[in-house]
Write a protein that binds this ligand. Structure first.
Ligand code: OXD
Ligand code: MN
Length: 594
């Protein structure tokens, strides 16, 4: 390939000297290159062809059984100063980290091909986009990067023009969990990942660059790099509001971003446009509003649970030209997971399916697919300036206490809502599933610096001239006394989004409560929904005693950030706690008087 920027060439040579590959391949991102890679992977068994009649261009990859999810305990941020990592990260001194991981990289690509993968996160001509180069010895990673990013010649041309890029070095190594690290060096804009081929650990443009390195860059450059979907909601009048929503991994971001409106909404002409399903970069525009781009070009979605009833758009997207990882297969070689029709005959490890071995498809099995294949893909996803955000939504899996929806009274309150977010853990990371943990802004595994400073960064957007989005908190996962979900979720979530947009447009007034503004009587459109009065009351119930306990737990959590916690956050937590006490006092006096 002709002229490469000197710094890039120098770094590639340095890496080659360390890892000693048999050959080096500079990726141009072409279809022909993708097809050649696929053929090679089919030949050596890295990929298995799926039923090409029912799923043309679809392949299955089975990972090493010990390499199926992100590994938070082995994911490090290596700031020169430990204090900058905060209690929310695992830290190692940069010199020690480089020495440890370079010892693993030493000679690790002998006999292998080293791929140089230039990529751009975001529309190629967007000022909000950022470039990187991943060096990897995994053709599976290259194929996934081709789908997930704007990869190849155009990205390399931008890098040569700008001269700056994030350096990502990856090797699958021996896939040995004892020789596995995912290291980030934010000050050096570099990433080193060894010993895993799993997407979240190995597709370095995604979590490592677009969230961990980008959150550091965003802090110093005045923008936000967030774990959020971006969805456009078009009403029957043809007005579109864009909403950015943060939920922890495997909590329904992909489903919300591709939501299919309920029948009566469809009849009335509502439309939903998908801009992104996982990551959102936002910065203030000249008019004071926040403008967002999706830095990714594809979806790396959780397969189990994706079905015709939960996410028909995802199912349509993945009907062709998709890489599946760790799903099961049927007798006629179609991909299979819970939620799909058919019967699995081979499990995710390639064994004849036997329920005694656990689920047929791994709970964190995935599909990788180009966003362009999504029927609701928005042409605004390619807009260089991004889309203006009307509302920011936070949410998690909370079986109790958190109402279906509440609105923050202002930006500071919204930042507190985001910081206080909690959710039950899922299979997207190794470790116990279903344990409630605080996951501020859904960024616990991804914010590469001290959470206290991160909250301060969020607060800093509230300045004169800013026209900030309204902030909401939702909980689709509240359960009734029978242990069943109270809210149907999926398409019906549009009812809640409509209420938010009505709030943004000042068409409804809501009801003020100590914890935020909740929908007033009749403000949520529920016609045709099988939800009785008692269910709705439970969904919107504010349990004062439970909330007082929650506020005190939030206070303790905030204390864990010590001197880095902005005073405004502490004051806001105290304001809400006092409002709850006053409200309880008032209710008590009213009860006594009656
Ligand atoms: C993901 C995750 O893969 O959050 O998006 O783990
Ligand atoms: Mn994610």
């Amino acid at each position: 390939m002709a002229s490469k920027v000197e710094a890039l060439e120098h770094w590639v040579n340095e890496v080659a000297a360390l890892t000693r590959p048999a050959r080096i391949h500079w990726c141009d991102g072409s279809e022909a290159e993708y097809r050649t890679l696929v053929q090679r992977m089919l030949a050596d068994g890295t990929l298995i062809e799926l039923n090409q009649q029912t799923h043309p261009g679809c392949y299955l990859h089975r990972s090493h059984p010990s390499d199926v999810a992100r590994v938070e305990q082995l994911t490090l941020v290596c700031h020169p100063n430990e204090e900058d990592a905060g209690p929310n990260n695992h830290w190692m001194a940069p010199a020690e980290a480089h020495a440890k991981i370079d010892a693993l990289f030493d000679g690790c690509m002998e006999g292998r091909t080293m791929y140089v993968v230039p990529y751009c996160m975001g529309p190629i001509d967007s000022p909000l986009a950022r470039c990187g180069v991943e060096i990897t010895d995994s053709p599976y990673v290259v194929a996934n990067m081709k789908i997930m990013t704007r990869m190849g010649a155009a990205a390399q041309a931008r890098i040569e023009r700008e001269g700056s890029f994030v350096k990502g070095l990856h090797s699958v190594g021996e896939l040995d969990p004892a020789r596995r690290w995912i290291m980030h060096f934010p000050a050096e804009l570099s990433i080193k990942s060894y010993g895993s081929g799993y997407g979240g650990n190995a597709l370095l443009g995604k979590k490592c660059h677009a969230l961990r390195i980008a959150s550091h860059q965003a802090r110093s450059e005045g923008w936000l790099a967030e774990h959020m979907l971006i969805v456009g909601i078009e009403n029957p009048q043809g007005e579109t509001h864009y909403v950015a929503a943060a939920f922890p991994s495997a909590c329904g971001k992909t489903n919300l971003s591709m939501l299919i409106p309920p029948e009566d909404y469809l009849r009335d002409g509502w439309k939903v446009w998908t801009v992104g399903d996982d990551i959102c970069w936002m910065r203030p525009g000249e008019d004071g509003r926040l403008y967002a781009i999706n830095p990714e070009a594809g979806f790396f979605g959780v397969a189990p649970g994706t079905s015709a009833s939960t996410n028909h758009n995802a199912l349509t997207s993945i009907s062709h030209d998709t890489i599946f990882t760790n799903v099961a297969v049927t007798a006629d070689n179609q991909p299979w997971w819970d939620g799909l029709p058919g019967t699995p005959v081979t499990d995710w490890q390639g064994r004849p399916y036997d329920p005694a071995n656990g689920p047929a498809a791994h709970p964190n099995s995935r599909f990788t697919v180009s966003a362009k294949q999504c029927p609701t893909w928005s042409e605004m996803a390619e807009a260089a300036q991004g889309v203006p955000i009307s509302a920011i939504v936070f949410g998690g899996r909370r079986p109790s206490l958190l109402p279906l929806v509440m609105e923050a009274r202002d930006w500071t309150h919204g930042v507190l809502m985001g910081a206080a977010m909690g959710s039950e853990t899922t299979a997207a990371a190794t470790g116990a599933v279903g344990v409630l943990r605080r996951d501020s802004m859904a960024m616990k595994p991804f914010c590469s610096y001290h959470y206290g400073d991160y909250f301060g960064h969020w607060l800093s957007f509230d300045k004169s001239g800013a026209k900030l989005p309204k902030i909401f908190h939702v909980n689709w996962f509240r359960k009734g006394k029978d242990g069943k979900f109270l809210w149907p979720g999926f398409g019906d979530n549009l009812r809640v989004l409509e209420w938010m947009i009505n709030r943004v447009e000042d068409r409804v007034s809501g009801i003020e409560t100590p914890i935020g503004i909740l929908p007033g009587e009749g403000e949520l459109k529920l016609d045709g929904l099988r939800l009785d009065r008692a269910g709705l009351d439970e969904l919107l119930d504010v349990d004062n005693a439970g909330w007082q306990a929650e506020l005190s737990a939030i206070g303790e959590y905030l204390d864990s950030f010590g001197q880095h916690l902005p005073e405004r956050m502490r004051q806001e937590q105290q304001r809400v706690a006092r409002a709850l006490e006053d409200d309880a006092g008032l209710a008590h006096r009213e009860a006594v008087a009656s």
